[in-house]
Write a protein that binds this ligand. Structure first.
Ligand SMILES: [Zn+2]
Length: 301
């Protein structure tokens, strides 16, 4: 994988002379709960802010994760997914050459991380939530912001969605459905995506790593214990993985796929929460009804 060498003068120009040494140390001892790791993170990312060196360092960290056994790499992949999900606001200042290497490293991460998840078999619920969302990040899809999002939080999450008139609506997210902010849980049924009215042009991506998940999804489609509502999400997901995830994939379709992957992993509660991304909510200000996922805008706040 191409990346800027550790002895390049760019590190000094970015004011991060010690970063190559930290990356070197971390390569030798890639523990994410070490002082070296914390120091390294301080140089590149802070609570959603990507420092200039971020774009140069990420390809190195992706390279390190790619060369580790999955049990050691998974937490690093989860961190990478979270950080990269916040990068868009900061890439304007970055040179074309650096950005080019950064994006080709994401493409590589998407492939290697998908293969590792696939080979790993069953993941813990929490790992699945982070790692699958991370895959969307590496595909440059906004849903990757789920690694940071309150939507994914256990038991009660929070999130925000915009109606067509631009009003922001805060909501509370339960596994059983989405309610207005701090309103009590009232279980809603799962909305069935209408596959006959898809107005998105699917185009196959080259060397599509998402295809690995096709068989697992097809198995669940054949499973008699799965409801017809959820099967509709699975069928939509089957269509998506056949083509791959592109950045312009409508967010609600990405919700369906994320839910389906979690269900394939046996993470039933987590998957229900994502299928409820299709819930209709009513704008608190103008009364307009809209599909939550269509207005989901946590990532752009
Ligand atoms: Zn409104």
């Amino acid at each position: 994988m191409r990346k800027i060498e550790l002895d390049d003068k760019i590190w000094g120009e970015l004011g991060t002379q010690n970063l190559p040494e930290l990356i070197n140390e971390f390569t030798k001892n890639p523990e994410v709960d070490s002082e070296i790791f914390y120091e390294l993170v301080d140089c590149i990312w802070d609570a959603g802010t990507c420092e200039p060196a971020f774009f140069v360092a990420i390809p190195h960290l992706i390279d390190i994760a790619s060369n580790l056994e999955f049990c050691r790499a998974k937490d690093l992949w989860s961190y990478l997914g979270s950080w990269v999900s916040t990068h868009k606001k900061y890439c304007e200042e970055v040179s074309e050459e650096i950005l080019d290497l950064f994006y080709s490293s994401l493409r590589y991460a998407e492939k290697v991380c998908a293969e590792s998840i696939f080979k790993a078999g069953k993941l813990s619920g929490i790992d699945a939530v982070y790692l699958y969302a991370g895959l969307f990040t590496f595909s440059k899809h906004d849903l990757g912001y789920m690694t940071m999002s309150g939507y994914k939080d256990d038991l009660e999450g929070t999130s925000v969605a915009k109606c067509e008139n631009g009003h922001l609506n805060d909501v509370t997210v339960y596994n059983s459905g989405i309610a207005a902010y701090e309103e009590k849980e009232f279980p809603s049924s799962i909305t069935v995506p209408d596959l006959t009215s898809i107005n998105y042009h699917f185009e196959k991506i080259d060397d599509n790593p998402w295809l690995l998940f096709e068989e697992g999804i097809q198995k669940l489609i054949k499973n008699n214990n799965i409801s017809k509502e959820i099967k509709a999400h699975l069928r939509l997901s089957e269509l998506i993985v056949k083509h791959g995830v592109k950045p312009d994939l409508p967010v609600k379709y990405a919700f369906s796929l994320y839910g389906s992957l979690l269900l394939c992993n046996g993470s039933i509660d987590e998957s229900n929460r994502l299928f409820h991304g299709w819930d209709k909510i009513i704008c608190q200000e103008c009364g307009q009804e809209f599909i939550f996922a269509d207005g989901w805008c946590e990532s752009c706040l």
